[in-house]
Design a binder for this molecule. Structure first.
Ligand code: AMP
Ligand code: MN
Ligand code: MN
Length: 322
């Protein structure tokens, strides 16, 4: 950590980036580190390729996050919450030319890319690691930074329910509450405000669930047509897979989601994202790795180009081994 702090302190312009289709941890850690480096008088650029999901637009200074970057003379790039550099999306070609890349993450499948790594797979969220880094840099925490960190931890632990929930999750969040964060306000933003379209999408998602013959695997499907018909975006999918995971006896839930960029596209692109969740008895990061993806032992994902029926067959064939 000390060598990373030395590198950040001697940098003038720092790019901070997180993964496409960001979750609360990706955005929370991005804003928390950005505001902390700003407090150290650094020039910062916060980057995420995808739109910020509506539920996270309440975060302080969220307008600082840009979705395009040029070939500016950055000294250092900090990549947060990405198991592999490609997770940042198109900007990988620009970022890989930045002289120093710092990789801060908590995924078990992290490829150790970059010149410096701060990887802790026991951290509940990248926001936990960023919290420790901020403390070590002696940047005073304020309510804005605290809100971002709290949101990151809350989102990645599924409100302190998932298996990554650790002692630090509670200790950090307690400290953030002491700094003025209101848990109810944040959960209202993150969980309490569903658009009507999102409720309709939930209905479609629930209706699509199928179970393997042995009952141990469930599949949920979301197609481009469903997004178009319910006027929703991929960000509205966040959390839906948990319904498929909750089903009695199910060990692994898979959500097959057709790629959709928010505007109607020609049919049959054959591009899908598969999210996997387990009840803790199956390592889904290992399964995702077989398909070129990654993640955590109980939450992982991968991208695949194939037909929906082929993907379903491939996934159902996993059921006998779990
Ligand atoms: P998701 O499938 O988007 O719900 O993500 C579940 C977990 O798997 C998250 O921690 C992601 O960062 C990780 N993940 C998802 N897709 C990929 C991928 N293509 N490569 C590596 N990790 C992934
Ligand atoms: Mn993430
Ligand atoms: Mn994370």
């Amino acid at each position: 950590m000390d060598s990373i702090i030395r590198q950040l302190k001697k940098s003038d312009h720092i790019l901070i980036a997180t993964h496409t289709h960001p979750d609360g941890d990706a955005i929370g850690s991005l804003i928390a580190l950005g505001l902390s480096l700003k407090a150290l008088n650094k020039n910062i650029t916060l980057y995420n390729e995808s739109p910020i999901p509506a539920v996270y637009r309440f975060l302080p200074e969220v307008h600082l996050v840009v979705n395009k970057i040029g070939k500016t003379n950055y000294d250092t790039a900090v990549i947060l919450d990405c198991g592999d550099l490609n997770r940042i999306g198109e900007a990988v070609s620009i970022v890989s030319r930045i002289p120093v890349i710092v990789n801060i993450d908590h995924h078990v499948t992290n490829t150790h890319f970059g010149h410096f790594q701060l990887i802790d797979t026991s951290a509940c969220a990248t926001s936990e690691i960023v919290y420790r880094l901020i403390k070590q840099m002696a940047v005073p925490l304020n309510k804005a930074i605290a809100t971002a960190i709290y949101t990151g931890v809350l989102a990645d632990t599924g409100s302190f329910r998932f298996s990554n929930t650790n002692r630090a999750a509670f200790a950090i969040c307690q400290e953030m509450v002491e700094l003025g964060v209101h848990p109810h306000d944040i959960s209202q933003h993150v969980y309490g405000t569903y658009s009507l379209g999102r409720i309709k999408l939930l209905n479609r998602a629930l209706d699509s669930i199928e179970i393997s013959a042995n009952g141990k695997l469930s599949i949920m499907i979301l197609t481009k047509d469903m997004f178009v018909e319910t006027h929703t975006q991929p960000e509205d999918v966040d959390g839906l897979i948990n319904y498929a995971k909750r089903i009695e006896d199910v060990r692994v839930a898979a959500l097959i989601q057709e790629h959709y960029n928010g505007t109607e596209q020609p049919r049959n692109s054959n591009k899908f994202h598969v999210s996997l969740r387990s009840d803790g008895s199956v390592d889904v990061a290992a399964i995702a790795s077989l398909f070129g993806g990654g993640g955590h032992s109980s939450a992982a994902g991968f991208n695949i180009e194939s037909t929906l029926s082929d993907i379903k067959i491939k996934i159902f064939s996993l059921a006998d081994k779990i």
